[in-house]
Design a protein around this ligand. Structure first.
Ligand SMILES: [Zn+2]
Length: 137
């Protein structure tokens, strides 16, 4: 389960997204497939999809596409310590945090974000990244 149920009564079906903490109503079963490794509640994942759809249809919003993706993903990172240790969890958060760092600490233009992200992902150093950090690091 990717959310914590809250309260009693009609709103008891609402659940808190484990990633961002938003209190959201549940979606009908199988309304949206969950992301394979993030901590996003299905309703939150669906809302994110709606934001992406709005961006793709509006060139002005697309200037901030990578910023939206990075902010969402780092709030819904997944848990590398449960189930199969999934390298994608660590690599995904790492690359999205690096892109956010370029925006906020190095004044990179968010409109260049998708290209920056792609160039970082293509670097051999990232491809050879080892798995999640061990306990205590
Ligand atoms: Zn969320």
């Amino acid at each position: 389960m990717r959310a914590t149920e809250t309260g009693r009564g009609p709103e008891s079906r609402a659940a808190r997204c484990l990633g961002c903490g938003a209190l959201l109503p549940p979606l009908p079963a199988q309304a949206v497939a969950p992301h394979p490794y993030t901590t996003a509640f299905a309703t939150c994942w669906s809302a994110y999809g709606q934001l992406l759809a709005a961006q793709y249809t509006d060139p002005a919003r697309m200037l901030f596409h990578q910023l939206l993706v990075d902010a969402y993903v780092v709030q819904h990172p997944g848990d590398p310590t449960t189930g199969e240790r999934d390298r994608r969890v660590v690599q995904s958060v790492g690359i999205h945090l690096m892109t956010l760092c370029l925006f906020f600490e190095h004044e990179a233009d968010p409109a260049e974000g998708t290209g920056l992200h792609r160039r970082m992902v293509a670097r051999p150093a990232l491809a050879s990244c080892v798995g999640p950090p061990t306990e205590g690091t």
